[in-house]
Design a protein around this ligand. Structure first.
Ligand SMILES: Cc1cc2nc3c(=O)[nH]c(=O)nc-3n(C[C@H](O)[C@H](O)[C@H](O)COP(=O)(O)O)c2cc1C
Length: 284
């Protein structure tokens, strides 16, 4: 299963790519509109991209009335990413959006590096959302958690159905000559190639901690079928493409066919058969 990562494909561009994705993941929405952070808020860096968008979004009401109907026209499974600053914010969105049949999954963004950390703990947020919605809930976690596997098992116990791993890392890029930060807010979220080993480790540990019993969307620097296969071998059941989409809208189609080829070359009939393969040497 190949998805786009939240925030890396907008509703207007989506129709051009939709057919090559198994589901469309929307950008995180919050209860109230957010103008986002000051410009500049995107900078290229070695091996990746630094962003400080700051969860710019039109807020729940406008999303519900104007954006969701656009996404529904895609006629494909929709994953809606949910943000907020406390458990009640998240629950409010899940309750309202969760009532729509077109919405398959609610992805709880518990990990944006560009907004103040949620006051409530991850498990508390998940429990509040579970109380108001029967939809599958995926917890999207930060690679900077001191013990991501512990948080992963906590959110699953609290009612999460799956995990999305990982969001970006905090990073900083300086201007070559002035030595000033390239982003107005200085520090931003670092994504792209450099995140690959970080994402692999997160998926690997969480797969181990949950004993392969929950679905995991792996993401972080995926640019090729081999990168996707690595995440599946570490324990992902689906792979999401993020930063690569800014430069290459053909990436989902290409990664899908490369993934099938890379899997076959290693004796797997389907990529899904490779799930957890990286763990086998450790099983004995
Ligand atoms: C410009 C930009 C905006 C993003 N916005 C969101 C967002 O709204 N919600 C979210 O959960 N993740 C957001 N992300 C993080 C991505 O979904 C993904 O977790 C991260 O970029 C790692 O994947 P990648 O290395 O393939 O880009 C954003 C990333 C970028 C580059």
């Amino acid at each position: 299963m190949i998805l786009n990562a939240s925030g890396c494909l907008d509703a207007l561009t989506a129709p051009r790519v939709a057919r090559s994705l198994d589901a469309f993941v929307a950008k995180t929405i919050t209860p109230e509109p957010r103008p986002g952070n000051a410009q500049p808020r995107l900078a290229e860096s070695d091996f990746g991209l630094l962003n400080s968008i700051g969860l710019q979004n039109p807020g729940l009401d406008v999303f519900y009335a104007e954006v969701l109907p656009l996404l529904e026209e895609l006629e494909m499974p929709l994953w809606i990413s949910v943000g907020g600053s406390n458990a009640a914010d998240y629950a409010r969105i899940c309750e309202r959006i969760g009532e729509r049949d077109s919405v398959d999954v609610l992805e709880l963004n518990l990990s944006c590096p560009n907004v103040d950390p949620a006051a409530a703990g991850a498990a508390e947020i998940v429990a509040a959302c579970r109380a108001v919605s029967g939809k599958p809930l995926y917890a999207k976690l930060s690679p900077q958690l001191p013990d991501i596997a512990e948080v992963a098992t906590g959110v699953i116990e609290a009612g999460a159905s799956g995990l999305s791993l990982v969001n970006s890392l905090r990073g900083l890029v300086l201007d070559e000559w002035t030595l000033e930060p390239r982003l107005a807010r200085a520090v931003g979220g670092y994504s792209g190639a450099a995140l690959r080993p970080v994402a692999l480790a997160a998926v690997f540990s969480c797969y181990e901690a949950t004993k392969g019993t929950v679905p995991i969307v792996g993401m972080g620097g995926v640019q090729s079928g081999k990168h996707a296969l690595d995440l599946i071998a570490a324990g992902a059941s689906a792979v999401a493409l993020g930063s690569v989409l800014f430069g290459d809208l053909e990436a989902p189609e290409r990664v899908r066919s490369e993934l099938e080829e890379e899997a076959r070359a290693r004796g797997f009939e389907r990529p899904s058969e490779a799930r957890g393969a990286a763990h086998q040497p450790f099983a004995a």
